[in-house]
Structure formats: C-alpha cells, structure tokens
Write a protein that binds this ligand. Structure first.
Ligand SMILES: [Zn+2]
Ligand SMILES: [Zn+2]
Length: 291
C-alpha cells in the first residue's frame, strides 16, 4: 500500500514517530510520501525520509503559510516598500526550497496551491483572505510550479475553496513535463477539477473522508481507476469507523480503510485496488515499484 500524502513531519508525531512508522510497515504500507508545508516541515520531511527505505519527502510552502508574510510586522509601512519586503521574504523562502530539491529523497514540490479557507486553529494572529493575501498565494504557487518544472520533480497540489484560482494558475504555468506527475491531493468532489485533471493527465488523491462523505463517494465512482492515488493526510482526515471511535490521530496504517472504501465503490477486489493505486503512486512520483 502507498500512502502518498501524510504529515509524519508534524509535531503530533514527535513522540512516537518510530512506532507509527513500524505500525505502517507491519500493516503492509510499502511507500510513504511526506509533504512539507513550510521550510521547517520540509526539512523535517527530508530528515525522516533519510532514515527509512520507502519513505520519501516533498518540499514546499503551503498556501496557508502565506499568512506568515502578510501578517508579519513589516518595518516600513509605505505600500511600495511593504510590497518589496514581502517579495524578498517570498524569494528567500523559494530559494531555500530550491536548495532542498537537490536531496535524492525529495520526489516532489509540495504541498503547494491555493486556499481561501479561514482557519480557526492557526498560529497566525491577524490574517484576512483579501486580494493582497491571495496575490501572495498566487505568486508562491507560480514560483513553486516553476521549481517543479526546472528541477524535474512531481507536483502535489492543495486546493481548498479556491478552485477557480488554482485552475487559472496551473493553466497559465503548465508545462508538458508535469503531465503524469501532478496530483490534486484531497481532491474536492467536483467535475470541473476531474475534467481538468483528465485533460492534463493528472492524478486524483483520495482520503479517509471517502468512508463517509456521500459527495466524495459519488465523485470517486466517476474517477477512472488509473487516475486514483490514495492518501491518509495523517494526522488529519480520520476514516470511519475510527472517526466515530475518536481514534485520533490518523496514521498511515489506516490507508487500508481508504482502500476498502474505494474497492466497494468501484466494485473491485481489495487486492486489485491496493495493486493499482500503489502502481499509480509510483508513476506519479517517478519511483521504481520495488525500492
Ligand atoms: Zn493539503
Ligand atoms: Zn497535507
């Protein structure tokens, strides 16, 4: 089984990381990709990947972390120098991500994208989802798509409530080298996204919410088998029945529940879903099937 998206690099796993990873391997998970969300978590993803066969890292700045630039106390308040200041910060961070891409276990740029969701539980004090905020997100996304293209890496896309924005940026910055190696992670159940993904030969990431979310279930029935990759997004998106049992946090071994749900929806055998989605994952990240 292949967990193509989980955050073992988050604090939540700090105390029991080795146990979580051995539970995953014992359960039959053979491959894991850990995406970064900022510089620190990207470095942490690499650090974990270095220690284990079958574990890989992605590096990138998540759109939510745009709040870091927009809510910072900016030394000079006149609009032009403020803009320059933000741009410098962004470019510094992009430069750091670029350096991390040279690591042999980094398989992708990610997770990057667009996000209009206002998070309650956030370390950032003052942030508003206004045009300025969205423009910084767009800038970050453009620069990171460019990095994936230049460095010949796969691309993990995050979209939350920002479909139109993200599709526009991808379209404008698309390069054929991204075909077959880009994923809409935790894809919204939406046909416009599916059609776009088909046209661009992209993958669709499916999570634990497919065990209970009716819209996602209907959506997955329409996604061709060869486009599906599975993810837990641990520590988030706990699948049923673990959700009702409040068995937090989610962890990679629970990918089994996602496989079972997809098998049921597709009318396929569990073994077949396991095989096909693992193969799809290795194709997405340009990995050998056996590591
Ligand atoms: Zn995400
Ligand atoms: Zn994520």
């Amino acid at each position: 089984m292949f967990d193509t998206h989980c955050h073992l690099n988050f604090k939540r796993f700090k105390k029991n990381l080795d146990e979580v990873i051995s539970r995953a391997f014992d359960a039959g998970v053979t491959k894991i990709v850990i995406p970064g969300t900022d510089i620190t978590s990207s470095k942490k993803a690499i650090e974990i990947a270095e220690k284990y066969d079958g574990i890989y890292a992605a590096v990138g700045i998540h759109p939510h972390h745009t709040a870091k630039y927009s809510s910072s106390v900016i030394p000079d308040s006149d609009p032009e120098s403020r803009k320059d200041w933000i741009l410098n910060q962004v470019q510094d961070d992009i430069f750091q991500i670029k350096q991390l891409l040279n690591h042999p276990k980094v398989v992708a740029v990610g997770e990057v994208g667009m996000d209009r969701h206002k998070y309650e539980d956030t370390k950032y004090e003052a942030y508003n989802i206004d045009n300025r905020f969205l423009n910084i997100q767009k800038k970050l996304l453009r620069l990171q798509i460019e990095l994936a293209i230049k460095h010949n890496k796969s691309l993990i896309l995050h979209n939350r409530e920002a479909r139109e924005d993200i599709l526009q940026i991808i379209e404008e910055n698309w390069d054929n080298s991204l075909s077959g190696r880009t994923v809409f992670h935790c894809c919204e159940p939406n046909l416009e996204l599916l059609n776009f993904a088909k046209e661009h030969n992209m993958f669709i990431g499916v999570d634990g919410d497919v065990t209970y979310d009716k819209a996602k279930q209907e959506f997955i029935k329409q996604v061709p088998f060869e486009m599906l990759v599975l993810e837990t997004d641990s520590p988030f998106i706990l699948p049923e029945p673990l959700l009702s049992q409040k068995k937090y946090p989610n962890e990679p071994k629970n990918i089994r529940y996602v496989i079972e749900a997809v098998a049921k929806l597709k009318g396929e055998k569990v073994d077949k879903v396991e095989q096909v989605t693992t193969k799809n994952g290795t194709a997405l990240f340009h990995m050998a099937l056996i590591s």
